[in-house]
Write a protein that binds this ligand. Structure first.
Ligand code: FAD
Length: 484
């Protein structure tokens, strides 16, 4: 089959997660000709359901017996695909305050773009009426023992949302209350962006050291594509962007990886009036310990079936699943993630190897210690939080927010440009260090900053810092390799 050429674009974007979608919309609205290439589709089938979470078209699945992808070391990593990327099934927690420090150190000021990013991603504080009785009690109890739990901000339009709906984590199927990149991409399309779905980018087309487009392959039509434009932006996420760079011969890509390791601890409430937080609006209270790099919140409100299934697939086995089903009405959970050291890598074929260092382990143990304090203060029986599947000592970790695989200062320079002229990376992979908080708000703020810089360059105003030479980036990447 002859190669099909698509050309004449100002910006060719690979990957349609939150960053790719916002890029496509903002650049199209600024009058640029944009193509957004996504290997998944735009089907919302199964969204908002347990079946969709386990088997939906937007999930990258592992082979039986695992449901989700595994790291080479056997931990979990959840990789969504399709228009909107991770925002299809993210829990919509807005990670405030934004992870500014590593950007500040590089002289990148994201602050002027914060407000725009919050508006873009529908950030609003969870209204009081969305805090259920058990959640409210937990808020009081944690504050009383000196933990600064507070009401969380979410990427949710609460005017459309329902208090006890358990679905938003898996995508809102009913009213579109949860923000997803999907809507932004559709807006981009309405403004003239071309959406090229079911098309996987293979590598960058380079002529005289300058990126001039992308080679891609249709996953449904088996068509080979050559997609050309003035600028190439990789926004294919933590695993996609480094693999495209590796296949294009860029050194250092994928050689490190943070994961924000996450886990859930559980315990049973004493018999009485309070009921499981599962019946209430999930992830509505929490806090970030910025100094230690630990995040605490109530858990996503899973259905009884999903919670039992989760126990079956992790430490609990069949007995654990039955117990979880029986205990469901009295179960409370705390969801944690930590700022990890970023020791890990992406393989050439897009798989994850991720090591938990002893410093990471210390932070995870600190989270367990705080969780036990909370369960204690809530009157839970200590025996219940020592059940393997509940204490999570034996449970898998999930690397839910992998990133930093093409970090600023190592693989891309301060303009987010690679050693190839006109080839940029703008997504979670260019973030320099683990945010230890939900990252979408940070990366959309970074995207807004990047759009403002790129537009000046495309319009001939050359706002970007002078390009860091390829050899400097190589040196930084070698220095990094020797440290890891
Ligand atoms: C279960 C879960 C819950 C989460 N909860 C939250 C939360 O509450 N709050 C929060 O802020 N964050 C949350 N996150 C994290 C957040 O979803 C991700 O950090 C975010 O989606 C990363 O955005 P991105 O634009 O970098 O790329 P991604 O969202 O990873 O999107 C990349 C896209 O590129 C496509 N792609 C990859 N390779 C190619 C290729 N070769 N060719 C074409 N297309 C390609 C993929 O199919 C995908 O659609 C959660 C993540 C998970 C998994």
């Amino acid at each position: 089959m002859a190669i099909k050429r698509l050309e004449g674009f100002d910006v060719v974007i690979a990957g349609s997660g939150p960053c790719g979608c916002v890029l496509a919309k903002d650049l199209t609205r600024a009058g640029k000709r944009v193509i957004l290439i996504e290997k998944g589709g735009d089907s919302l089938k199964g969204i908002g359901t347990t079946r969709g979470m386990l088997n939906g078209e937007h999930m990258v699945r592992a082979k039986f017996p695992s449901v989700w992808q595994k790291t080479l070391e056997g931990n979990g990593t959840i990789v969504p695909t399709g228009l909107g990327g991770g925002s299809y099934l993210f829990a919509a927690i807005a990670g405030r305050p934004v992870h500014l420090e590593p950007f500040d150190k590089l002289g990148i000021d994201l602050r002027p773009h914060l407000e725009d990013a919050e508006k873009e991603t529908w950030v609003s504080k969870t209204p009081d009426e969305f805090l259920g009785p058990t959640t409210k009690h937990m808020l009081e109890v944690t504050n009383a023992i000196g933990l600064p739990f507070e009401t969380m901000h979410r990427h949710i339009n609460f005017e459309k949302c329902m208090y006890s709906c358990k679905k938003s984590a898996f995508g809102c199927p009913i009213s579109g209350a949860k923000w997803m990149g999907y809507y932004v991409a559709k807006e981009a399309e309405a403004h003239g962006a071309k959406l090229q779905l079911y098309t996987e980018v293979k590598n960058i087309i380079v002529e005289n050291g300058v990126a001039v487009g992308l080679n891609a392959r249709g996953l449904k039509d088996r068509q080979e594509y050559e997609i050309r434009g003035k600028t190439v932006v990789l926004a294919a996420g933590s695993l996609g962007s480094p693999t495209i760079l590796m296949r294009s011969g860029i050194r250092g890509a994928g050689q490190r990886l943070f994961g924000d390791p996450a886990f859930v601890s559980s315990a049973l409430l004493p018999k009485g009036n309070l009921k499981a937080t599962f019946y209430e609006h999930g992830t509505s209270i929490g806090y970030v310990d910025n100094e230690l790099g630990c995040f605490f919140s109530t858990n996503v409100s899973w259905s009884r079936l999903f919670w039992s299934f989760q126990q079956l697939m992790t430490a609990g086995g069949i007995r654990g699943a039955l117990r979880a089903y029986k205990d469901y009405p009295r179960t409370i959970n705390i969801f944690n993630k930590i700022h990890d050291e970023g020791v890990g890598r992406v393989t050439y074929d897009g798989r994850v190897s991720k090591t938990v260092t002893s410093e990471d382990e210390d932070k995870l143990n600190y989270c367990r210690y705080i969780n036990e304090k909370i369960f204690n203060a809530m009157g839970c029986d200590p025996k219940t939080w020592q059940i393997p599947g509940y204490s999570h000592i034996k449970g898998d970790l999930t690397f839910g927010h992998p990133g930093g695989s093409c970090p600023v200062g190592v693989v891309v320079d301060k303009n987010l440009e690679t050693e190839l002229t006109n080839c940029f990376v703008c997504d979670i992979s260019s973030v320099p260090s683990a945010p230890a908080k939900p990252p979408v708000l940070t990366i959309v703020t970074m995207t807004k900053w990047f759009v403002s810089q790129l537009l000046k360059r495309l319009n001939g105003q050359s706002a970007m810092n002078s390009k860091t030479s390829g050899s400097n980036l190589k040196a930084a990447s070698e220095e990094h390799d020797s440290r890891v």
